[in-house]
Design a protein around this ligand. Structure first.
Ligand code: TNX
Length: 523
């Protein structure tokens, strides 16, 4: 019966003759898998229009001189699936032709990362005040294509781009993901893959947790054994590894090409077993500790009273600062359970000024707030309880807080008790839990204007592969990205859930092995 009805409908339509692409799109628009109103993270303003732009083998991309790199990135994004050449033209001014145009403009409303996007049958225009803004506009544009645009091989089909206008800018300037490469090592190519995956949701920072008890992952030329000895181990006896300085610079450059800053973390004064295994002189008794590959925390501490501790720390900070163009270093500071409180304070008093000495500001896990850091420092809240008086006090002194409440934002928490990988000390974190919070109420007494932004940390005790990364990060990471980018007023689980469902085919086409949460009606 259903079948006859359908056949009748098809026959009826056939009598009307083949419809033009534009009318198919306009008829289908409300239910089509993509519209400007479906973009994740949700834009500030989005107005869908009936008529799409049709990408053709003749489409060109025009950009002003400063924007050519973003234009080339867009070209590389669209080329594999379409097979179209999409040549990039440098143009001093907008031509208004049938093209995709990327132009820098002056527009106070957009801020440093905002953009305007217009898609209509005559062309696509993205305008922003910076190339960061244009790059964000490109990420939105990407979601207006059919999901097959994410395919790595040529798909023979038409490429209509959903029509409409978007005016968009972020709620917070700092939108970060963290990857723990210390517990398990991830190669530069694996890090680059994650960079590409997070960039599409307008994440602008990648924090690399480079050192911990189980491994030291960055070459330090003045202390070579950190990498050659400290880099050999990983959790569970798995293979270690480390980045040479050249490889690290290459990761930084790759991230920059995706408009992402790298924030390198050297964790101290705790989480230092790998360093103290590599150098006997970093131990109070002068005896190197054995390597550790279990997942205990809180047992290691640098020797606070030893002068060489500070030579070591300064050498590391100096070399890392020289390698890192971004504004921030991350100096760790968490779970220093084996460092006496007065020693922790003494350590922080000596170490914190070293960041400024080498031209950097610093982020630290929220425990650093106890040590009264300078107002430029950013304590990173990782608690599970909004009562955190030392964090509130830091905000009152003028420090901006980075929010990553573990029971919401930790991507290494299991989704449910049967999740094959992940931990559960902060709770089970389903997709709705990870989306269902607001940075401005995450810590009592820390208001919107005292918040730097949000971070989604991914600790790697239980993960070894890019598939593992993808399974835990997706689909929670897009939700954290939306919390960091989209206006607070747009926050709505039911609406988000529908938009997230439409990301499913896009993630699939990208080969991302995501968790198909039963809370989402995946298409
Ligand atoms: C706590 S959160 C840690 C890490 C662990 C993580 C596992 C924080 C600042 N420290 O050392 O890897 O839990 O979820």
């Amino acid at each position: 019966m259903k079948r006859t009805l359908l056949l009748g409908l098809v026959a009826g339509l056939a009598l009307l003759g083949p419809p033009a692409i534009a009318s198919i799109e306009s008829i289908a628009l409300p239910t089509v898998e993509r519209a400007v109103t479906d973009i994740v993270p949700a834009p500030v303003e989005a107005k869908a229009a009936a008529e799409p732009f049709l990408l053709t083998p003749g489409t060109v991309i025009c950009a002003d001189k400063e924007s050519l790199e973003v234009a080339q990135y867009l070209q590389a994004l669209l080329k594999p699936a379409t097979g179209y050449p999409l040549p990039v033209h440098s143009s001093a001014e907008e031509r208004g032709g049938k093209a995709i145009e990327l132009f820098l403009i002056k527009d106070g409303k957009l801020g440093a990362e905002g953009y305007r996007l217009e898609v209509h049958p005559e062309g696509v225009r993205i305008r922003a005040t910076t190339t960061d803004g244009l790059f964000s506009g490109v990420q939105s544009l990407r979601q207006l294509f059919p999901a097959a645009i994410e395919s790595k091989t040529v798909q023979t089909r038409e490429w209509p781009v959903a029509g409409g206008t978007v005016v968009d800018f972020p709620r917070f300037g700092h939108r970060s993901a963290m990857l723990d490469v210390a517990r398990h090592f991830f190669t530069p190519d694996q890090v680059k893959l994650y960079i590409d995956q997070i960039a599409q949701y307008k994440i602008n920072t990648l924090h690399l947790h480079l050192t911990d008890d189980q491994g030291w992952r960055i070459e330090i030329k003045s202390w070579p054994k950190l990498a050659t000895i400290g880099g050999q181990t990983a959790v569970g006896g798995d293979p270690g590894g480390y980045y040479t300085q050249e490889q690290y610079r290459d990761i930084v450059a790759y991230a920059a090409s995706r408009h992402i800053d790298i924030v390198p973390e050297v964790d101290m004064p705790g989480h230092t077993n790998a360093a103290q295994h590599s150098y006997a002189e970093l131990n109070c008794d002068g005896v190197a500790v054995p390597p550790r590959t279990d997942i205990e925390v809180g047992y290691s501490s640098l020797c606070i009273g030893l002068p060489i501790t500070y030579t070591f720390v300064e050498d590391v900070i100096r070399e890392l600062s020289a390698l890192t163009p971004g504004r921030y270093l991350h100096i760790g500071g968490d779970e220093a359970h084996s460092t006496k409180p007065e020693d922790y304070q003494a350590f922080q008093d000596k170490v914190q000024p070293l960041a400024a000495k080498y031209g950097k500001e610093f982020i630290g896990w929220h425990e650093i707030a106890k040590a009264t850091p300078p107002v430029t420092a950013v304590p990173q809240f990782w608690g599970t309880n909004p009562t955190a008086p030392e964090v509130t006090a830091a905000a009152q002194r003028g420090n901006k807080i980075l929010m990553s409440p573990a029971n919401r934002a930790y991507l290494d928490m299991k989704y449910n008790k049967d999740t094959p990988i992940g931990l559960s000390w902060a709770g089970l974190v389903e997709v709705q839990d990870s989306y269902g919070w607001d940075p401005s109420t995450a810590v009592t007494g820390v208001a919107e204007n005292q918040i730097a932004g949000v971070e989604a940390p991914l600790w790697s005790e239980t993960i070894r592969t890019s598939d593992n990364i993808e399974y835990l990060a997706f689909p929670r990471l897009p939700g954290i990205a939306e919390i960091g980018w989209s206006p607070r007023a747009s926050h709505d689980w039911t609406a988000y859930r529908d938009r997230l469902a439409k990301q499913g085919p896009r993630l699939t086409a990208q080969g991302i092995d995501f968790y198909r949460s039963p809370q989402v009606d995946w298409k």
